[in-house]
Design a protein around this ligand. Structure first.
Ligand code: GTP
Ligand code: MG
Length: 722
């Protein structure tokens, strides 16, 4: 199918897409809304287009079985050094990208040559019986070296050379185009290994300025993504990249220990909505900036890079929390007393994911912007002057209304009856009418009757978080002038009404809703609505623990979800549940999230999420709720003071089709995401020169192998053991 055959697509859109390089239906299917936006297509149409393209391209659900089947096909190519093979768990894998990095002369190109020959060996000799493509950016490919390596392995030298197609890439654009050219060759020639030597040379030469770093990184990311999707995955090919890192780390690519794409390989991704903790509160992972510091379960660490949002085949992993991740994303797993990293595609139900016992961050009280603003009344002298100046202009005067923000009706009151209004408005009125600035003699500040008794706090306190919790769960957020909380429990609403009247001095009204077993509490106050709307739920985690506990208790208290044996909190909004889970972690309370189908009032099935507090956390919450009237029945709950759990068994791994995902790389590789410790990194080997012909290879960030070092040599015959 061609892109112009997609439903609902016009010729101008087709042109825009083509100009931006979206030439195939598959390319659109794999694009994100953001990508299409760059091509000048709006959000709505972009979403529709991607959906249609995904349908057309049959990118659908891949079952767990299909994945296992695919995994079985992973092939390994020998490096001709047993030591190096052991380091890699057998050899260089297909369906993956392997990056060799190191200084000049460390042997990157030699290993690349060796693999181009070895891939041609039959399977029983460590090859894949296939051919290789060598994309050469530095003109370092040497036919004579291939010939001597082939001879050493007993292969026909000329045949071997013929089985390696070499292409020079002249610049980064050309290099990127060569991916598609290679795809064309793949089937014709049974290519099983694609080498890019070196992946970064052109990018490095072309994007030199500091300002161009981001552009370069983006381009490089897209390139790596293409390599993984179009070659490694689709054709079960091994992709080998070389990357020269300089001895002086201050240059170009920054820290030489970060990978080419800055770890930003498309596959090591989690869902864009995943929640992480930064020093400024909770954030969705796609909203992180490189300035943020991110919590890793122990402390705040730097973010090294952030990819762009992509659409990828993803899995939903359910343990203590629910997290969406791609097949290649890694999680540390607890096995026999040790922690090892496993890729999502290798995870099993029952594997133990790691959580954190408690979020330990120092707290900081958040200010509320609720100071009742004093209003200003015009002095009689000033009123008179304005009246004279505006003579005859009191009827319709659009210009005045626009300039001052005061309607003519209000203006009459302001001038004739000294009606209180905003000082800024008076200031503009004086400028308009008298052409001068406001002075202290023009007005006096007053509290109006309406606001006299209202005492909204200027710092978040226990009442605020309690009311905020009730508002979050049970109020209509569209109300601009009043807070309306609906609940079937009259007691609970009376309790809320009590604190609102006593502490804030606001009037409340509590009525039964007709024909429904439900009550509503109404508080008429724009200020209160504004106060509640101004509380940033993502920042609650920065409050001190006492307030967080009050908030959590209030959420659960108002949720009618305490039964004899356990405490749960149910809500349709998973975002809210995720936040609550993180808040509980700050208190050292562990919980798990379950997704449940439920019928709503209209008998329509919808999903609901429930957060179950694990027993060691029960008593903390119960103690907090003891004084509240709703919780009497919870006192029978067993208080189990076992050590808090830090591992959680995976209950389910479900393929969820194409999802928006994003990759970030952090210092030290681990971070806390949706309450689960997750890992991000790639298959990478660091090479180093040693004495004479010997070289040292160190595996970095392996999915499940230890990060150890081995020694090998670059001999006349090629790569060998010492
Ligand atoms: P850059 O591309 O400059 O970043 O380096 P690299 O890591 O690609 O280095 P390369 O793989 O080219 O390694 C160079 C080293 O390999 C040389 O210092 C030699 O020791 C060795 N070497 C290269 N060619 C031959 C050869 O034909 N025979 C032998 N015995 N050794 C070779
Ligand atoms: Mg080289």
């Amino acid at each position: 199918m061609e892109i112009d055959e997609l439903p609902g697509i016009g010729p101008s859109t087709v042109n825009k897409l083509r100009e931006q390089g979206f030439l195939t239906v598959e390319a659109i299917a794999a694009a994100s809304i953001g990508n299409l936006k760059e091509a000048g297509i709006g959000n709505g149409p972009a979403a529709k287009l991607i959906k249609a393209a995904q349908k057309a391209a049959c990118i659908g659900f891949m079952t767990g079985e299909e994945y296992m089947e695919k995994r079985k096909q992973v092939g390994k190519i020998t490096t001709c050094s047993n030591e190096l093979n052991n380091l890699l768990g057998g050899g260089v894998e297909t369906q993956a990208i392997t990056e060799l990095f190191g200084e000049f002369g460390s042997g990157k190109t030699q290993i690349a040559h060796q693999l181009a020959v070895a891939v041609q060996l039959p399977v029983e000799k460590g090859g894949l019986g296939g051919t290789a493509a060598y994309i050469d950016t530095e003109s370092t490919f040497r036919g004579d070296r291939i010939i001597s390596m082939a001879k050493a392995l007993g292969l026909d030298p000329i045949e071997t050379l013929k089985n390696i197609i070499t292409t020079k890439a002249y610049n980064s654009d050309h290099q990127m185009l060569l991916v598609d050219k290679t795809v064309e060759e793949v089937a014709k020639r049974n290519i099983r290994l694609v080498i890019i030597d070196s992946v970064t040379a052109h990018f490095r030469a072309e994007f030199t300025g500091r300002g161009e770093l981001a552009t370069r990184q983006q381009k490089l990311n897209r390139y790596l993504h293409d390599l993984q999707r179009k070659l490694a995955d689709n054709y079960n090919i091994a992709v080998l990249l070389t990357n020269q890192v300089m001895a002086n780390p201050g240059l170009m690519f920054g820290d030489p220990t970060t990978p080419v794409g800055g770890h930003v390989l498309a596959h090591f991704c989690v869902g864009t909505e995943s929640l992480v903790l930064t020093q400024n509160g909770l954030k969705r992972i796609d909203q992180l900036t490189l300035k943020d510091k991110i919590y890793n379960g122990n402390k705040f660490i730097n973010i090294l890079s952030k990819g762009s949002v992509m659409n990828e085949e993803a899995f939903e992993i359910r343990a203590n929390g629910i997290i969406i991740a791609t097949a290649e994303h890694k999680f540390p797993v607890f096995v026999n007393g040790k922690i090892v990293d496993k890729k999502v595609k290798d995870l099993n139900v029952g594997d133990l994911l790691i959580s954190t016992k408690k979020i330990n961050i120092s707290s900081e009280l958040t200010n509320l912007n609720t100071k009742a603003k004093k209003l200003a009344c015009l002095s009689s002298k000033c009123s008179k002057k304005i009246k004279e100046s505006l003579k005859g202009r009191f009827k319709v005067n659009k210009e005045l209304e626009e300039f001052t923000g005061i309607t003519i009706r209000q203006l009459r009151r302001i001038i004739n009856q000294s009606y209180p209004t905003d000082k800024d408005k008076l200031k503009r009125l004086i400028t308009y009418a008298l052409n001068r600035d406001i002075t202290d003699f023009d007005f006096k500040l007053v509290y109006t009757n309406k606001h006299k008794n209202v005492r909204l706090p200027n710092k978040i306190n226990k009442t605020t978080v309690r009311l905020f919790a009730a508002w979050l769960c049970d109020a209509d957020k569209r109300d601009k002038h009043l807070v309306r909380i609906k609940k079937d429990s009259k007691d609970y609403l009376e309790y809320l009404a009590g604190i609102i009247t006593n502490e804030y001095g606001l009037k409340t009204s509590l009525t039964k809703i007709k024909n429904k077993n439900c009550y509503q509490l109404v508080i008429n106050s724009v200020k209160l609505v504004r106060m509640l709307k101004n509380i940033d739920i993502n920042k609650l985690i920065l409050l001190d623990n006492e307030l967080i506990l009050e908030f959590c208790a209030a959420m659960i208290d108002g949720n009618d979800s305490i039964c004899k044996t356990h405490i749960t909190f149910s809500h349709v909004n998973i975002g809210l549940i995720n936040i609550l889970q993180m808040l509980l972690l700050k208190l050292g309370i562990q919980s798990t999230i379950r997704r449940e189908k439920q019928n709503n009032n209209f008998n329509v099935t919808q999903f609901c999420f429930s957060l179950n507090i694990l027993s060691p956390g029960n008593h903390i919450l119960i103690d907090a709720m003891k004084n509240k009237l709703k919780t009497n029945r919870a006192f029978g709950l067993k208080q189990n003071k076992k050590i808090p759990i830090i591992t959680h068994a995976i209950k389910d791994i479900i393929p969820v089709g194409i999802k928006e995902v994003i990759d970030i790389t952090v210092e030290g590789d681990y971070f806390l995401c949706n309450g689960i410790i997750t890992h991000n990194s790639t298959f990478r080997i660091k090479l180093r020169k040693s004495k004479g012909i010997s070289r040292v290879a160190k595996l970095i960030d392996s999915p499940n192998l230890p990060n150890c070092e081995v020694i090998f040599s670059v001999s006349e015959d090629g790569i060998r053991d010492i």
